[in-house]
Design a protein around this ligand. Structure first.
Ligand code: 3BY
Ligand code: FES
Ligand code: FE
Length: 424
């Protein structure tokens, strides 16, 4: 017989080094808590500046029941507002991209400026004060062109520390002068934490990602040489030497490259520039650049891939010729949206400077494979025989860091969630 347990008790008894108990992946009660305590209180990566280059360009993103309009105003500043009309609450813009002069509500045409002020509302009478009915602002922050929003009244202030640390790493790739060459939404049939856990390890890569050149991540994801057989140890040691040597070379060129691990911060993150299959240029099938126009101030092609991972919902790879960014948005306890964007130099011409298939095929294939893995993990977590299993100390250290961060962030919200059922 299943027994009823409080979510507080599940948080308190979480066994470090092990996957989470089933309700964390399956229950509506934990999902609601996640949307409140994690997605409602932290900096959530949602979009890139090149999606809104001109005044009036908007991108609308749903985060649980919230919907946020991120736009470029007349002064070229990025602003964000709750997508809720101050009349009777209708959505002003549909999900995705749009371009507006003003924000006009489709319902009764209340009209808001790009600064959120209510400019016009017909038939409201003389007493009606438009100045009290502006759109509700949402905190938004551009970190080198990556757009993060925070739904909390008081957002975590350590986004400043994240920005100060990461901006010098990503600035040379000049994301603001890129364009989105392709965007892909994939709905994974699993809890958002399974999507994130899967991203934080490459234990599964050898067996599942033929397109993702395996040496790309295998050792960069924390394999410890002690855990490998002789043959693989030689590879790992060679990779370590390559990593040290490449890092020195890149740093010598003025490209910050060495690892920063701040995954335990409230706005947790990690970064590192990693070699791509020896002297490979980019995350493509043949490891050569997919776009001929090199980004920003970069002067050569073989610069590896600068990876940037954030808690709770994103990761990004910056190469010499393109950038790939991933945003994870929970839809329900067992459905998650993975939004992937590929960016190239804004002047790169499709078919001339880059081929869309060559640009997107590795991560499209890899995402689909990861989506299938998330789905089988979800199905397993939902079955009566599931119990938390041990993470590999050699390859799943970052999965543990994700779960430890998550549990720590939830523990600030005792007594909020409804009890859940667990197998006795
Ligand atoms: O993109 C990443 O960072 C991870 C590592 C390898 C597979 N993956 C989804
Ligand atoms: Fe927006 Fe009426 S609900 S104008
Ligand atoms: Fe994967």
């Amino acid at each position: 017989m299943p027994e009823s347990v409080s979510v507080d008790a599940l948080i308190a008894r979480r066994k470090p080094g092990h996957s989470l108990e089933a309700p964390f992946y399956t229950s509506q009660s934990v999902f609601d808590l996640d949307m409140m305590a994690i997605f409602g209180r932290h900096w959530i990566y949602v979009a890139v500046e090149p999606e809104i280059p001109e005044p009036g360009d908007c991108v609308t993103v749903n985060i649980g029941r919230a919907s946020v309009i991120i736009l470029r105003d007349d002064d070229l500043q990025v602003r964000a507002f709750h997508n809720v009309c101050r009349h009777r609450g209708a959505r002003l813009t549909p999900e995705g991209a749009s371009t507006v002069g003003n924000l006009v509500c489709p319902y009764h045409q209340w009209t808001y400026g790009l600064d959120g002020r209510l400019l016009f509302a017909e038939h409201m009478g003389r007493e009606f004060d438009t100045s009290c009915h502006g759109l509700k602002p949402v905190h938004v922050r551009s970190v080198g062109g990556l757009l993060f929003v925070c739904l909390a009244k008081e957002p975590p202030s350590d986004i400043d520390a994240l920005a100060a640390a990461i901006e010098p790493y990503i600035a040379p790739h000049d994301l603001r002068h890129c364009k989105v060459a392709h965007s892909e939404d994939l709905i994974e049939l699993g809890n958002w934490k399974l999507t994130m856990e899967n991203n934080r390890e490459c234990y599964h890569c050898v067996g599942n990602h033929p397109e993702l050149t395996v040496p790309l991540f295998e050792y960069g994801f924390g394999f410890s040489p002690d855990s490998l057989d002789d043959n693989r140890r030689v590879h790992a040691e060679r990779y370590d030497a390559l990593l040290t040597e490449s890092c020195q070379r890149w740093e010598g060129m003025g490209l910050p490259s060495r690892e920063i691990d701040r995954l335990t911060d409230v706005t947790g993150f990690r970064t590192q520039r990693l070699p791509i299959d020896g002297s490979g240029e980019s995350q493509t099938k043949d490891t050569r650049v997919a776009s001929r126009k090199i980004l920003g101030s970069l002067s050569e092609r073989s610069l590896g891939g600068l990876s940037f991972w954030t808690q709770p919902n994103s990761w990004h790879h910056f190469m010499s010729d393109h950038i790939v960014t991933f945003s994870v948005l929970p839809l329900s306890p067992d459905r998650t949206l993975l939004r992937t964007r590929w960016l190239v130099h804004k002047d790169a011409v499709e078919g001339v400077d880059y081929d869309l298939k060559a640009l997107t095929e590795v991560w499209n294939a890899t995402n689909r494979q990861d989506g299938d893995l998330v789905a089988i993990a979800q199905a397993g977590a939902a079955s009566p025989a599931y119990e938390p299993g041990p993470y590999s100390p050699h390859t799943e250290g970052l999965v543990e860091k994700f779960c430890a961060w998550y549990i720590d962030r939830l523990s600030a919200h005792q007594g909020v969630a409804a009890p859940v059922e667990v197998a006795a």
